[in-house]
Design a protein around this ligand. Structure first.
Ligand code: DP6
Length: 360
């Protein structure tokens, strides 16, 4: 498929007003997207677990307006008007207007809530942008008289979400999503996320993700700036090659259920992501001392108990603790006894693999 496939034919239905609602989850990458080309095209393929409980619900109300010259919308978070969110959404609307030509015909009210606290350091861009993209594709579906398959609906939502925030394209479906062209993964492409198409071992069913909130503050360096620093990065090409290789290895790991190989790959990806940040120019560090304390404790616990617990990181200080469902009891005990002390105000969020966005 190409970008052109997402440009609609004429809208034959006329609708004056309406309202759609979507809840869309966050996701956590196992092989990380870090570095992008023009138009949110990733430099390397990535794969993520879709989460279940960390999500954004967006209600999009729309009403026809007279003047079609500009975008018109208001944004609310938890009922409060958020004008500081508008520039990001305006940029998103500009990028996607060619694929949703109705955007200037309506005034939109975007009401959004997150299940996780806004100031948790958990990025809301993946869940937020995917929820908004899904709402917009739902509106378009009402304007089109032709049948729209579920498959195309999800592809277009993912395609649009990507233009809002790259990783958001992996939040439409679950439970494992690949984004970015990989030679050995059928259907993988740079434009939208696809469900991982091969066999996944029982070991990975209902995988758990407990997110330890080490630092709830705003990050000093945004992901967008971080991606841009990959342009002139001395190790960039090697890193992109490595991501292809890791995804290749993961295909057999996911099939065999080899948890030791899974741990090695996932932890290496997390540390490589942060190594890229530390070796950018300018360089920076998003991990905090407590991030490292937690990593060390996890390593010690794993060695002593034989647990298959591991960690991953996104672009921040928080730690995602990943483990198989059958270890839930002892791992939660370990987290409560030994890791909670490193979390800001003792906060953590228990989540697990999920199956994608839902409308209501
Ligand atoms: C470290 O998707 O937040 O979480 O495309 O600029 O919005 P933009 O970046 P974003 O980058 C996320 C990077 C990551 C790794 C990942 O999720 O794959």
């Amino acid at each position: 498929m190409t970008e052109q496939d997402f440009i609609p034919k004429a809208y034959l239905n006329s609708i004056d007003q309406g309202r759609v609602t979507w809840s869309s989850p966050s996701n956590i990458a196992l092989v990380k997207y870090w570095g992008k080309k023009k138009d949110q095209i990733p430099e390397n393929p990535s794969i993520s677990f879709t989460l279940n409980d960390c999500k954004t619900t967006t209600i999009l109300s729309f009403s026809k307006k007279e003047n079609n010259d500009d975008f018109s919308f208001d944004v609310y978070l938890d009922g409060d008007k958020k004008d500081d969110f508008k520039p990001k959404i305006e940029t998103f609307f500009k990028r996607i207007e060619v694929y949703l030509p109705f955007l200037k015909n309506y005034h939109f009210k975007i009401e959004t809530t997150n299940t996780f606290p806004h100031s948790s350091g958990i990025a809301s861009s993946a869940s937020g942008m995917s929820a908004l993209a899904l709402c917009l594709v739902s509106v378009e579906k009402e304007l089109i008289t032709d049948f729209v398959s579920n498959e195309f609906f999800n592809q277009k939502a993912s395609f649009l979400a990507r233009l809002g925030s790259g990783s958001a394209c992996r939040s439409i479906e679950g439970d494992l999503i690949v984004w970015g062209k990989h030679n050995n993964i059928k259907g993988s492409n740079d434009l939208f996320g696809i469900k991982y198409p091969y066999k996944v071992h029982e070991n990975f069913k209902n995988y758990q993700d407990t997110i330890l909130l080490v630092d709830k503050g705003e990050k000093q360096v945004s992901s967008t700036i971080g991606h841009n620093l990959m342009y002139a990065h001395s190790f960039a090409q090697e890193r992109f090659k490595q991501a292809h290789g890791n995804l290749n290895t993961l295909i057999s790991v996911l099939e065999s259920g080899d948890l030791d190989a899974f741990i090695a790959l996932v932890e290496s990806e997390a540390l490589t992501l942060h190594a890229m940040m530390m070796t950018s120019m300018p360089y920076y560090i998003l991990m905090k001392p407590n991030t490292l304390e937690i990593i060390n404790k996890i390593w010690i616990f794993r060695k002593q108990s034989g647990s298959k617990i591991c960690f991953t990181l996104d672009a921040g200080a928080n730690v995602h603790v990943l483990y198989p469902e059958n270890e839930q009891g002892p791992v939660i005990e370990f987290i409560k006894n030994e890791l909670v002390g490193y979390c800001q105000n003792g906060h953590y969020i228990s989540d697990r693999i999920g199956f994608g966005a839902q409308s209501s």
